[in-house]
Design a protein. Structure first.
Length: 253
């Protein structure tokens, strides 16, 4: 199980953490508790989450995967707009390399497909950056089967990141595609922004714990690697307890 960094930034995913010392402690505690996969994006802050990761964890452990994303612009708190212009995506990668302090990004996602730019141009530019050695593996975020299959004819895909939880299984077909093609499926919002805790087993009745909601995801498929995020040390410990029982084999190389 990984750790998502979106909630470490300010309100509306805008600006730096309200309590930077706490955010640093949460990141370090996540790695100390066994997290080997940190998920972030240049749009978180924007830029603040990547900067915080470098400040908290650099030099990085050899077995730590850091995944980041590009392809969004930010206009203010809670405001996001996709931009898949190839030159912009290249700039996103170059700046993430600087902020994270690495020569190559372990896993890089197209954060959103820009409907105004051909998908082939968007993933083609990222694949060129992979060829140049600036990206090790490529992924897509918030995509459907048609987009995945189109991209897969152009670039090798290592991971797909869609929202998925016990109360939102709309991407079940994507999970199965990932299983069949040995691609990691990384569910974001794995607790349904907290709503899973009110719907035990997805039945709409009772309550369940974060442990149970994450255990459900880990049991769902061997391709599934949740990335719950939090700015609370107690919640981090609760989330990580689900990973003590089930550990899958990563398809990310």
């Amino acid at each position: 199980m990984g750790f998502g960094t979106m909630r470490l930034t300010g309100p509306g995913i805008w600006g730096p953490p309200v309590d930077e010392k706490n955010a640093i402690q949460v990141l370090r505690s996540a790695v100390q508790s066994g997290v080997q996969h940190i998920d972030t994006a240049d749009a978180y802050g924007p830029h603040d989450a990547e900067t915080l990761i470098h400040k908290s964890l650099y030099p990085y452990a050899d077995d730590l995967i850091i995944a980041t994303k590009g392809g969004f612009t930010r206009q203010g708190p809670g405001r996001w707009a996709p931009c898949g212009v190839p030159a912009y995506l290249r700039q996103c990668v170059e700046m993430s390399l600087r902020r994270l302090g690495v020569d190559a990004i372990d896993l890089y996602y197209l954060h959103r497909v820009d409907p105004t730019v051909p998908l082939a141009d968007q993933v083609g530019e990222l694949d060129q950056l992979r060829t140049e050695g600036k990206i090790k593996a490529l992924g897509l975020s918030k995509v459907n089967i048609a987009q995945i299959e189109e991209a897969a004819t152009i670039v090798p895909l290592a991971a797909i990141q869609n929202t998925f939880s016990m109360i939102n299984t709309e991407s079940a077909d994507v999970v199965r595609w990932c299983e069949q093609n040995e691609v990691a499926f990384v569910p974001y919002a794995p607790l349904g922004a907290g709503r899973c805790l009110e719907h035990a087993g997805g039945a709409g009745e009772g309550r369940c714990t974060p442990h149970e909601a994450l255990r459900w995801l880990l049991d769902y498929s061997p391709a599934t690697f949740p990335i719950p995020g939090t700015a609370n040390l107690l919640h981090l410990a609760e989330n990580m307890s689900a990973d003590d029982e089930i550990r899958g084999q990563s398809f990310i190389s």
